[in-house]
Design a binder for this molecule. Structure first.
Ligand code: PLP
Length: 488
């Protein structure tokens, strides 16, 4: 009888794949080593966009040709976040060893949803390290997730489910005797709003409390709103603190919020997407006092721990509340006594995902590579660089600081004598776009009190002080040139 032809996706020529793999590693290390020499950003050429709209390939291409296509058409046009002068939104850079770790993780390709295998222990180890970094008890539970958005969603899900006062997983929100409401400042990140929407609470359930002149939550207004809600028959269940707001890096008074949450019997969730990592620096730790009192903390290792995307983390003080929010064990996921389906800790019981990748490996290897003390030093270095940039801005008659520099975010603008606000906003938008288009630097933007701000969020381990000097010099040069051409 004829044997059927059986195929595999493994290479037919392992030696050729080995040679290509070595070349790829060499090319990528050179790419990282020389990143400073390239523009921070450049547009994707039309030709490349066109080439990226080809029909589905039916027939194979050699891996060498496919890789060539990547080198020619993909590699030269990044967003720029690995560059030393990228300070846009809040992003990290990744590291060479982190990139290699991704290759190792993809090679082992384990599934951390469940089962009895070593990768789960690596994630548990990493989670214990995260608890130590932020001062959470080792008895807390945790989960590595795609990023801060998912970490907020998981934390707020546990908050909702454990504080609803009825079986919300079974009965759903329609069974709620009272409207569930939660609190945070107007400076909260949009991912919190999205999480509240996804949880079916409705965005109006999220009470947006005003802030003071340092962009921290107004405690008096917060207390008043909670009292008014109780009087109106709502059920407050959660208080959200910011450890580093996205706009300005402001840190809410976390200890006061923890006290209030205890008094009011509210779940205390902290969004510390980047700011929580300030706790890794002994000098910055005091700014975050109260962090360790959270019921849940969301933070990102791909921001201020510089790990390759994606990796965020949520820690939950009460492991049982965490598990009860997500556990669901059908027959086909039952745990056995022995073998691959045994093991006591299955991560799918702690979050919405079943299949989960080995993001823990890059964290484990990176922390081993550098040791936590060095992370603390570089995080502090980023804050010092922002203080330096702030001094440069304050010393320049052409620039204006638009918010106090609390941590690692600096908001400022170019100003002209007697410039009307609308004109200044327009001018600064133009400056920002020129910085990008000319490949000089990528800060981004926000609006503070109606003023368009050029916003530098420094979670960049490659930046040096001279990079901030370049930024200041170029903003002034562009500001003057654009104002002159507007007047001509
Ligand atoms: C304060 C804050 N929370 C949450 C997030 C969302 O994190 P991610 O982009 O990793 O989903 C961000 C992102 O910048 C953030 O700054």
């Amino acid at each position: 009888m004829d044997q059927p032809t059986e195929e595999t996706l493994d290479p037919q020529d392992w030696q050729a794949m080995r040679v290509l793999g070595h070349r790829m590693v060499d090319d990528m290390l050179t790419y990282l080593q020389t990143v400073r020499e390239r523009p921070v950003w450049q547009p994707v050429p039309d030709q490349v966009k066109e080439d990226l709209r080809k029909p589905l390939p039916i027939d194979p291409q050699s891996p060498e040709d496919a890789y060539h296509d990547f080198v020619e058409n993909v590699l030269p046009y990044p967003l720029g976040n690995i560059h030393p002068r990228f300070w846009g939104w809040v992003m990290g850079n990744g590291t060479p060893f982190g990139a290699l770790a991704e290759m190792l993780a993809a090679t082992m390709n384990p599934n951390l949803g469940g089962g009895n295998h070593v990768a789960n222990h690596v994630e548990l180890q990493v989670l214990d390290w995260c608890k130590q970094m932020l001062g959470m008890p080792l008895s807390a539970s945790g989960l590595l997730v795609s990023g801060g958005s998912m970490a907020n969603l998981v934390g707020l899900t546990v908050a909702r489910n454990s504080r609803a006062g009825f079986d919300i997983r079974r009965q759903g929100l329609p069974a709620a005797p009272k409207r569930l409401v939660l609190y945070g400042s107007v400076e909260m990140h949009s991912s919190i709003e999205k999480a509240v929407e996804l949880l079916g609470l409705g965005r109006e359930a999220l009470r947006m409390i005003p802030t003071n002149e340092r962009f921290q939550i107004d405690l008096a207004a917060l207390e008043k709103t909670i009292a008014a809600d109780r009087t109106a028959g709502a059920q407050p269940f959660c208080l959200i603190g910011n450890a580093g707001t996205v706009n300005t890096g402001a840190i809410d008074p976390l200890n006061d919020l923890a006290d209030l949450a205890r008094r009011e019997k509210l779940w205390f969730h902290i969004d510390g997407a980047f700011g929580a990592l300030g706790a890794v620096s002994p000098e910055l730790r005091p700014l975050l006092t109260g962090l360790e009192r959270a019921d849940s903390i969301a933070f990102d290792l791909h921001k201020w721990m510089y790990m390759p995307f994606e990796v965020g983390c949520v820690l939950v003080r009460d492991p049982e509340a965490h598990r009860l929010a997500f556990t669901l064990t059908p027959e086909y996921l039952a745990h056995f006594e022995r073998g691959a389906a045994s093991g006591s800790h299955w991560f799918n019981e702690y979050g919405p995902q079943l299949t989960r990748g080995f993001r823990a490996l890059k964290v484990w290897l990176s922390i081993k590579e550098h040791g936590i003390a060095k992370y603390g030093r570089i995080i502090k270095q980023n804050v010092d660089q922002c203080r330096y940039l702030t001094r440069l801005i304050e010393a320049s008659p052409d620039l204006e600081l638009l918010a106090p520099t609390s941590l690692n975010i600096v908001c400022f603008r170019f100003k002209t004598a007697g410039g009307a606000e609308a004109a200044l906003n327009h001018l600064n938008e133009q400056i920002l776009m020129e910085l990008h288009v000319q490949g000089i630097a990528v800060p981004t933007y926000t609006t503070l009190n109606g003023k368009f701000a050029i916003r530098v969020a420094n979670t960049n381990h490659r930046s040096r002080r001279e990079d901030f000097e370049v930024l200041v010099r170029e903003v002034i040069r562009l500001g003057k040139a654009l104002s002159a051409s507007a007047q001509a």
